[in-house]
Design a protein around this ligand. Structure first.
Ligand SMILES: O=C(O)CCC(=O)C(=O)O
Ligand SMILES: [Fe+2]
Length: 549
């Protein structure tokens, strides 16, 4: 079967006078693409050729910095720091600017990289980021028109923060190199706009499971919905799984502008809820969606602020959770056998807790499976897909309705920091080869740590059972279901750690899921103080930039 092509939609600014007939046509095309594939290619002239050249020059400038400088780009938020090459994704390197549409955001990053300044870098990134943000706004206004939710969209736009990330992929080594640039994942952003320097590699998975190669076209911007847009739209907009497979002998430079919603709960607009479309997610805070992961990753012991941090999105769908596993970033390359495995679990029913999902109610429960690599000369081997899954037996019949009214005050964040552990067991084991974890039994609360050998890189998998506190004054439901998190820490490359969270609920189908982690994404956060550095770098020669709008 020939895979479908992605829609290429003309977003030339001259055609986009709001409510003109060409605007309306573009709007229907874009909405159709977002709902069917979660992605489309916009040919957009908001970025001039000159700006395009300048932004890729800026990208080279930053990647050419010594590693000791690039690593200064750290972040409190997971996956936002500079990400160097790793054994799992040896071709990929990335670094990002938070709040890239603001002078402060860009200046902060520029100063960090070039204490003596780099005017061109600052100018071009700010201009590029603003131009891409305009495209995001145009798309969101189409969503608003199409769903009749203008006000909600404007509020969302007012709370949108843009994070611009520079990405570079090396070519695989001749003949036998692993071509995997980036593992399959969905983005945890609200929306992502990608732009590459016309070297192909990006592939999008259709709802039917076929991989579509994205052809790099001049002036093309890939507009893609993230998990959070999918949840906000009550599952109408699809968040596609995608990956990067390197081909040919050219390095690939790409840019991703990831939108996050700050200071506003993500709430499904009432217009998108009706009998046929019951609400699938509770209100949640985009920032907290990531913050929870951070807490789990850093294992901090400070209790979360229950008043100010609502829990991450809880699927309240009655549909079976997804059974496809996504790993991003991947766990360590080594495979693992558990020498001392916890006893087999009682029949568990699980659903993914903070990985957002949408499944058609008509879709039968699928069988767990993993992503397959494309048919290319040197497909990545299974060693790149160390899998951390929790498997439960299939359920014979559709699940009953989950009795969670959406207007229920959300329970406090159930994080490892508050609910975890009374005991810790350490299991030492040696590779290879098995990679499947079985759920240990449900409570009593315990924390089990598996140490993987050999190193490097050392990795630890921690399975936490969480019991809700017996009573809570912060939410009306004292029967918060227990939670299991499986956390694989890569000590050498913390950004490659993974966390899986399972929320148990007896009325849900058993499932196999893992969490999607995205190293290049994070919610905005206050930049840390500028470290004192003395390095010097000579930026590129001056450039004149024109932005058409
Ligand atoms: O480099 C690309 O084109 C894709 C990158 C990507 O998917 C991401 O950063 O989320
Ligand atoms: Fe992505």
């Amino acid at each position: 079967m020939t895979p479908p092509k992605l829609s290429v939609i003309d977003f030339s600014l001259k055609n986009l006078i709001p409510n003109s007939s060409s605007w309306n046509t573009t709007c229907s095309e874009a909405m159709h693409a977002l709902e069917e594939h979660g992605v489309f290619i916009a040919t957009y002239d908001g970025v001039s050729q000159e700006l395009d050249d300048a932004i890729f020059l800026a990208s080279r400038d930053v990647f050419d910095l010594p590693t000791k400088v690039k690593v200064l780009s750290t972040s409190d938020t997971p996956y936002h720091a500079y990400s160097g090459k790793t054994p799992i994704m040896p071709l990929y390197e990335s670094i990002g600017i938070e709040n890239a549409t603001t002078t402060e955001g860009v200046e902060f990053f520029t100063k960090l990289m070039w204490p003596s300044g780099n005017e061109n870098f600052g100018k071009s990134t700010l201009m590029f980021s603003k131009a891409v943000a305009e495209l995001y706004q145009i798309v969101m206004r189409m969503v608003a028109k199409s769903y009749g939710i203008k006000e909600q969209c404007e509020t969302l736009l007012g709370s949108s923060v843009q994070n611009l990330r520079f990405m570079k992929y090396l070519c695989p080594e001749e003949d036998e190199g692993n071509p995997l640039g980036m593992l399959p994942h969905t983005d945890i952003s609200f929306m992502t706009i990608l732009h590459d320097k016309q070297v192909k590699g990006l592939q999008i998975k259709t709802k039917e499971g076929q991989w579509i190669e994205v052809d790099p076209l001049p002036s093309s911007f890939i507009v893609m919905a993230g998990d959070v847009c999918m949840a906000w739209s009550n599952g109408r907009i699809h968040a596609p799984c995608h990956r990067v497979i390197m081909q040919g002998n050219q390095e690939r430079y790409s840019l991703g502008q990831f939108t996050f919603i700050r200071g506003l709960d993500i709430q499904i607009p009432q217009k998108l809820i009706d009998e046929d479309h019951p609400p699938q997610f509770k209100d949640f805070d985009h920032y907290n969606y990531n913050q929870l992961k951070k807490n789990l990753l850093t294992n901090t012991h400070s209790p979360p602020n229950q008043h100010h941090h609502p829990p991450p999105p809880s699927p309240i769908t009655t549909n079976p959770p997804p059974t496809t596993t996504h790993h991003y970033p991947p766990p360590p390359r080594t495979t693992t056998t558990l020498h001392h495995q916890p006893p087999p679990p009682p029949p568990l029913t699980t659903t993914r807790y903070h990985t957002l999902t949408h499944h058609s109610p008509n879709q039968p429960p699928a069988t767990p499976h993993h992503h397959h690599h494309p048919t290319i000369n040197h497909p990545p081997t299974s060693t790149t897909h160390h899998t951390t899954t929790a498997t439960t037996p299939p359920h014979p019949s559709p699940p009953p309705v989950l009795p969670l009214p959406t207007n229920t005050t959300p329970p406090p964040p159930a994080t490892a920091t508050t609910l975890t552990k009374t005991t810790t067991h350490h299991y030492h084991h040696h590779p290879p080869p098995a990679t499947t974890y079985h759920h240990p039994p449900a409570p009593p609360p315990t924390s089990t740590t598996y140490h993987h050998h050999p190193s490097p890189p050392p990795a630890t998998t921690t399975i936490h059972h969480h019991l809700p506190p017996p009573t809570s004054t912060h939410h009306p439901s004292p029967s918060l279901p227990p939670i299991i998190t499986i956390h694989t820490t890569n000590h050498c490359h913390p950004s490659l750690s993974t966390t899986t969270i399972y929320l148990h609920h007896p009325s849900l189908l058993p499932a196999t899921t893992t969490l999607i982690h995205h190293p290049s994404l994070s919610p905005p956060s206050t930049p840390p103080p500028t470290p004192i550095t003395t390095h010097h770098h000579h930026p590129s020669p001056p450039l004149r930039l024109h932005h058409p709008s």
